[in-house]
Design a protein around this ligand. Structure first.
Ligand SMILES: NC(=O)c1ccc[n+]([C@@H]2O[C@H](COP(=O)([O-])OP(=O)(O)OC[C@H]3O[C@@H](n4cnc5c(N)ncnc54)[C@H](O)[C@@H]3O)[C@@H](O)[C@H]2O)c1
Length: 360
């Protein structure tokens, strides 16, 4: 309990329980579950300050907790130091030399698919799933859910605004913000830019994409209109998910020479080689990655709770032969309903309900 209290006290400097309502409820639930104290768990999800909150239910349940970090999975060195200082074990992800076996592995991108888990794995990303193909144990996939949309669309959109503020752009009122790509992330960026008072113009496939009436759309094949709008835009954001996608969509030289602030929210260089990295905020890396907390806890806490919840699902399926378990609608709605009722994202969740045509 000493370790639980040390972590709880530390995080209370940064977050209030209404920002992690699902994990707060899980602390009580896991704390009452005496069976959990017999098991060991390796939590290998990306280690940042906000991940400390994810560990609280596991500590409250008195599980034997080890934190896996690195080996391709992002982490913050300062948080590893903090964990060591309060006596929580840390190990490098994917080390085959582990003498120890874990009952559960809460993994990310299959980084520990080669480490044996007695009861099973919880995987955070769909893209990491293939690594368990040969696994003889159950895998709970925490990616298959609307909860992820809260993180990817809205959490990243909020990260866009905070990233802009980091560079001193605090006021988007009346500014023309042009967004290339109205996919999962682009929708969140557009939502937050509009909320901040910007005029939002979307560039995407107009035959497939219908943004809200308040936003203008220009078809990605309409080169003339795109080049014209760039000349009078204040901010240009790229978030197509495709390396070099914009090289053939607009006149990059004109964009470079324009007075627009240029932002990349995608993982690749989307502008192609004609764009000098230093012309793009954060040197052409995703803008929100400049922040200590690229995605704020309140958007990511339901995903963290879902990853922990995987332990209970794996226990329920303990005697089934190897299979993939996906979160049902019930748990998705249960977690999001709690956030809607007791958390701090009511307005954002109403937007998501409208977008996805669901009710939590
Ligand atoms: N910054 C972050 O924190 C963060 C978080 C999650 C994902 N991402 C990254 O964001 C990127 C986008 O992810 P997503 O899930 O929104 O992708 P997505 O596939 O859902 O959406 C991409 C959209 O871009 C459009 N598009 C493709 N080429 C285009 C072009 N030339 N011009 C205009 N539009 C074009 C597509 O039609 C589509 O609507 C990826 O690189 C992803 O890795 C970043």
């Amino acid at each position: 309990m000493k370790t639980f209290n040390a972590v709880k006290e530390y995080i209370s400097q940064f977050y209030s329980p209404s920002e992690y309502i699902n994990l707060e409820q899980q602390i009580t639930k896991f704390g009452k579950n005496k069976e959990l104290s017999f098991y060991s768990v390796l939590d290998a999800t990306p280690v940042f300050r906000n991940t400390l909150v994810k560990y609280l239910p596991l500590l409250k349940a008195k599980m034997d907790l080890t934190i896996g970090y690195g080996n391709g999975i992002p982490y913050d060195e300062k948080v590893i130091e903090f964990l060591n200082s309060v006596g929580i074990k840390t190990v490098l992800n994917g080390e085959r030399i582990y003498r120890k076996k874990f009952d559960f592995i809460l993994d990310c991108a299959g980084a520990n698919a080669n480490v044996f888990a007695n009861i099973g794995y919880v995987e955070l990303t769909r893209s990491g799933l293939y690594k368990y193909n040969k696994s003889s144990n159950n895998v709970f996939l925490a990616d298959e859910s609307i909860i992820k949309r809260l993180e990817t669309s809205l959490g990243t959109g909020d990260g866009f605004l905070r990233g802009m503020q980091h560079f001193g752009y605090n006021d988007l009122r009346g500014k023309k913000v042009v967004i290339f790509g109205f996919g999962k992330v682009g929708q969140g960026v557009a939502y937050y830019a509009e909320k901040a008072g910007a005029e939002v113009i979307i560039i995407d496939d107009a035959q497939k994409i219908t943004p809200p009436d308040s936003m203008k759309i220009i078809d990605l094949r309409n080169r003339q209109q795109i080049d014209d709008i760039i000349e009078i835009s204040d901010v240009v954001v790229s978030v197509t998910g495709i390396a070099g996608a914009l090289a053939n969509t607009l006149d990059i030289a004109k964009l470079v020479a324009s007075s627009a602030i240029i932002v990349n929210m995608g993982i690749h260089n989307e502008f192609g080689s004609a764009m000098p990295n230093e012309r793009v905020l954060n040197n052409n890396a995703p803008l929100n990655f400049v922040l200590d907390e690229p995605t704020h806890l309140k958007y990511i806490a339901p995903t963290m709770a879902l990853s922990n919840y995987g332990i209970l699902e794996l226990l329920n399926h303990q005697h089934d032969t190897a299979k993939l378990i996906t979160p049902g609608d019930k748990i998705n709605r249960e977690l999001l309903r709690a956030v809607k009722e007791k958390g701090c994202l009511q307005e954002e969740l109403e937007f998501l309900e409208k977008e996805l045509k669901v009710t939590f």
